[in-house]
Write a protein that binds this ligand. Structure first.
Ligand code: NAD
Length: 421
């Protein structure tokens, strides 16, 4: 049993504190950045299918808006809580800043079990949530998006409700919409695609030959599922993947199509001939070139980091590596590329969607992907350059600290220029 801190907001504060120490951040800026600027809690009455009204609790957090409107997804989850929302809002701030896009950080969530709700109830809840937070969001104030268990359809209902409140269409209030209501081309796999640009650059840097490289992925959802196919385009093979029902392994490499069919048929990934079963714990400890956690937070901890054999970790999920695990990987010299660099492709294409909505001028998927590649490579290089700058002064810092220093410095400079401290 590990006794380390697993509260997501405290983890995000600890990471910021470490970066602040290394970069000698002004104490006034540090104090401002340790807490969200605004936190809204709402109680939302919703008519359910049995005719009764149920009250749901929801949140929306503006972590920092010095560089632009708050940006961040909305989660529907039974275990949603304000600590997770605040942590994710902080990470959104660093994510938008590292990508150097003109947005701040925010996040939202509703405590609910979407799997037990029908479409009508979900629509009622989504519209009621938007009415509750209506004065807190807007294309120039705060632009939400989908996250765990919220979908493009839910974004369309929310945009429609907000437009009704305003009395005119306001497509730019929310991103991740279906393309029929001016979502962006290329949004569906942008998170995984962005991560592949980071993987390509990182593999070159660490001299990992991606041809036939062995990759293990935890999670077979939006992020992990798309990453599976894209990893193969780099010439690598996915030897292991898992979902909440457990994992599977094949030395020769797994077949995406077969796994999808198996999951559809049985609800599980295992059961294919010639493919071994393995637990999630075993997957994390496999001897592979690249490990991609793409499911949940707090998966690589002080309890298992020492047993990791991967040559590189690419954090596609938010918060999969705890600070204690971070220290262990750093000591072992295993490069661990942080979440707010690796999974920033989603918010970057969200930014493109917002920009397209604002100017009413739409781009092709090819244009979107080329622009995404440019920003991902620029972000990666800014992290590497920062590590190199510190190395010249005799200090070795991790990719996470490199990313924090770039991101926090930009937000602090914006706050300074605005006269906030
Ligand atoms: P998702 O709900 O589509 O998929 C989650 C996957 O994790 C599912 O396959 C689920 O079975 C699996 N899972 C759940 N519990 C597990 C367990 N104990 N062990 C192994 N697998 C388990 O969610 P997603 O959109 O793919 O998001 C995954 C992570 O990526 C989250 O941390 C999310 O915040 C992050 N992320 C996603 C996006 C995006 O655009 N989808 C963007 C940025 C960050």
């Amino acid at each position: 049993m590990t006794t380390e801190e697993l509260d997501p907001f405290k983890i995000s504060q600890e990471q910021l504190d470490t970066a602040a120490g290394i970069m000698k951040l002004d104490p006034a800026a540090h104090a401002l950045l340790r807490e969200p600027m605004q936190t809204l809690t709402v109680n939302i009455p919703v008519k359910m299918r049995d005719g009764k009204t149920r009250t749901f609790q929801g949140f929306r957090v503006h972590y920092n808006t010095a560089r632009g409107p708050a940006k961040g997804g909305i989660r529907y989850h039974p275990q949603e809580n304000i600590s997770t929302v605040k942590a994710l809002a902080a990470w959104m701030t660093w994510k938008c800043s590292l990508a150097d896009i003109p947005l701040g950080g925010g996040k939202g969530g509703v405590i609910c079990d979407p799997k037990s709700m029908n479409d009508e109830e979900l629509e009622n809840l989504s519209r009621a949530y938007v009415r509750s937070i209506g004065r807190f969001i807007g294309p120039k104030v705060d632009v939400p998006a989908p996250d765990v268990y919220t979908t493009p359809q839910i974004m369309a209902w929310m945009m429609d409700e907000y437009s009704k409140l305003e009395g005119h269409d306001e497509f730019g209030v929310i991103t991740g919409k279906p393309v029929e209501v001016w979502g962006s081309q290329g949004r569906f796999d942008s998170t995984a695609l962005g991560a592949m640009f980071v993987l390509r650059e990182a593999a070159k840097l660490h001299k990992i030959n991606m041809k036939n490289a062995k990759v293990a992925i935890q999670g077979f959802g939006n992020a992990g599922g798309f990453a599976f196919e894209l990893v193969k385009k780099l010439g690598a093979k996915v030897v292991a993947i898992s979902d909440s029902s457990g994992g599977v392994y094949s030395k020769a490499g797994l077949d995406y199509q077969k796994l999808s069919e198996q999951k559809k048929k049985t609800g599980e990934l295992s059961g294919i001939k010639g493919v071994e079963k393995l637990t999630n714990e075993e997957l994390l400890e496999l001897d592979v070139d690249v490990l991609i956690p793409a499911a949940l937070e707090n998966q690589i901890t002080g309890a298992n980091a020492d047993r990791l054999k991967a040559r590189m970790v690419l954090e596609l999920a938010n918060g999969p590596v705890t600070p204690e695990a971070d220290r262990i990987l750093f000591e072992k010299k295993v490069p661990d590329y942080p979440d707010f660099l690796v999974n920033s492709g989603g918010v970057i294409v969200s930014y493109f969607e917002w920009a397209q909505n604002t100017q009413n001028w739409y781009w092709t998927e090819d244009e979107v992907n080329k622009k995404l590649e440019g920003i991902m490579v620029r972000s990666f290089n800014s992290v590497i350059d920062t590590q190199a700058k510190f190395a010249k002064q005799g200090a070795r810092i991790s990719p996470r600290m490199g990313a924090y220093i770039v991101a926090v410095d930009r937000v602090a400079k914006a706050m300074k220029a605005r006269g906030w401290y």
